[in-house]
Design a protein around this ligand. Structure first.
Ligand code: ZN
Length: 208
């Protein structure tokens, strides 16, 4: 595991902060892993704050909910600056669905870590075309620890690195549309199996 198990402190006894990224395709268990780490921190009586973007409104407004309904309370934020304001007392800051934040999440995570906090941020690292999906690749670069999780390919059973879109849409994200995807490995992944011509033009504009 790349999750750190040591909690170093500086000369004044203050905890040294860092960034952990949990990434992977859909159905790879990112939220479950985020929750597992946060629960362990809570058991150690560390002060934990959990955030998710307002864009992700699939479930309740105040809980990070994994697909096995293993929920823990969280705060919905509309702007990344809210994370800084709301986590001033936290030892550990969890952030879910990182792909719905822009690149402005990068300096926020950096500042939190510099303040001595453990930052754990989970998100999709590729879009439905298999392209790196900012800001997660950039977060991976500045993080101390990166964990890449895999789902299981529905076609062949190999570790699945891709989120295969199985409905026609040129939108980069389909919020709350779990049924629109299935996990596929590199060999079985088909980036654009049935995108209609006019949708394809839209996709190219989104990607441009
Ligand atoms: Zn496969």
């Amino acid at each position: 595991m790349t999750e750190p198990h040591i909690y170093p402190r500086d000369e004044s006894g203050r905890r040294v902060g860092w960034i952990e990224v949990v990434c992977g395709s859909m159905f790879s268990g990112k939220t479950e892993e985020l929750i597992r780490r946060l629960r362990r921190a809570k058991i150690a009586r560390q002060r934990v704050e959990i955030f998710k973007p307002a864009l992700d409104n699939r479930y309740t407004g105040d809980a990070v909910v994994s697909h096995d309904e293993n929920a823990i309370p969280s705060q919905v934020v509309h702007a990344v600056e809210q994370i800084l304001l709301l986590s001033s007392e936290a030892d550990v800051v969890g952030i879910d669905e990182a792909q719905f934040f822009g690149l402005e999440i990068l300096p926020v995570c950096d500042q939190l870590a510099r303040e001595g906090k453990r930052v754990i941020i989970a998100g999709l690292d590729q879009d439905y075309l298999g392209n790196p999906f900012e800001p997660v690749p950039q977060l991976m670069a500045i993080a101390e620890h990166v964990t890449k999780l895999h789902a299981v390919c529905v076609r062949c059973g190999a570790p699945a690195n891709h989120s295969q879109r199985i409905v026609t849409s040129g939108d980069r994200v389909l919020v709350g549309e779990k049924d629109a995807y299935e996990p596929r490995c590199r060999q079985c992944f088909e980036p654009e199996p049935s995108v209609e011509p006019e949708k394809k033009e839209k996709t190219e504009r989104v990607e441009a």
